[in-house]
Design a protein around this ligand. Sequence first.
Ligand code: CP
Ligand code: NVA
Length: 322
Amino acid sequence: MPQHLLAIDDVSDDFEQLLRWAIEFKRLWKQGDEVALNFLPLDTLAIGSIYEKPSTRTRVSFEVGIQRLGGSALTLLKNDIQLGKSETVGDTSQVLSRFLGGITYRCFGHEDVAELAKHATVPVINALSAKHHPCQAAADLMTVLEHFETTEDLKVAWVGDGNNVLHDLMLACAMLGIDIHYACPEGYEPDTDVVERTQALAEKNGSSVTHTTDPVEAVKDAHVVYTDVFISMGEEHMTDKVQAFEGYQVNEAMVAHMDEGWAFMHCLPAHRGDEVTDWVMDHEQSIVFDQAENRMWAQMSLMAYLINHGAWEAMAEFMGLA
Ligand code: CP
Ligand code: NVA
């Protein structure tokens, strides 16, 4: 049975190691290190990526990352394939498994990526579902580890919708023992099962998970404030939803309550002027474009780990991480 990545806690045992691997590999690769440049664990493999929703970062970071690991990237857009028209997710999965070394899937309902994984004989990576966005959380925590000298006493605040990005962010913070305080309006809290999984991980790793409906309370003395769009892909019809987010904009007045070394994070794309102002987005303490770049490095670590584990371990040893 291949190991899949449907939610970030699927790799809870090795999460920190996966991120340290990505950070060190990025450093070596940028330095022109021959071992890193010649690390080709996906050599001869094609990796297919199905998209039912648009994407800039996920698509480009996967395509470039796959090429850099020696594989070939095959992007399958929903209008070009039979899935959803005349073929089931399960049959599509079995067919693709005969050709590909791994499959990434961006879908609407989380049950679709779970169904694809159930029938796949190669690793499946969730490239965003309505419930989870694990690749984003891997890049986000990689960025946090790069940016802050230590995670001890670090406080991450979320201000916004209790959505897919928050789900994996809170799980990921708890996996690293980082305190997470989330402000979500009533009716837009994260799913109960994800909160329970987060609480169990936080307990194990000695950190806290705190919910409030007051954004200022959440960001008080925090080191990171993270937000996302109020209306996610697939919710475009829910125009009334934005009313619930009055007072939730991350702006100059809000970050004034934070630790002076505050950092602003956003998965992007951002709706400037809605959930965040230009002042915050363009501030030198905004690390949103580091997050975007790290999508690729974090996914390179995840792909090598899931698809060619022996090569990932050998590289970890070479980098002094084993
Ligand atoms: N953050 C993110 O997943 O961006 P895309 O929708 O552009 O892939
Ligand atoms: N919550 C957003 C994230 C986009 C990367 C969405 O699902 O549309």
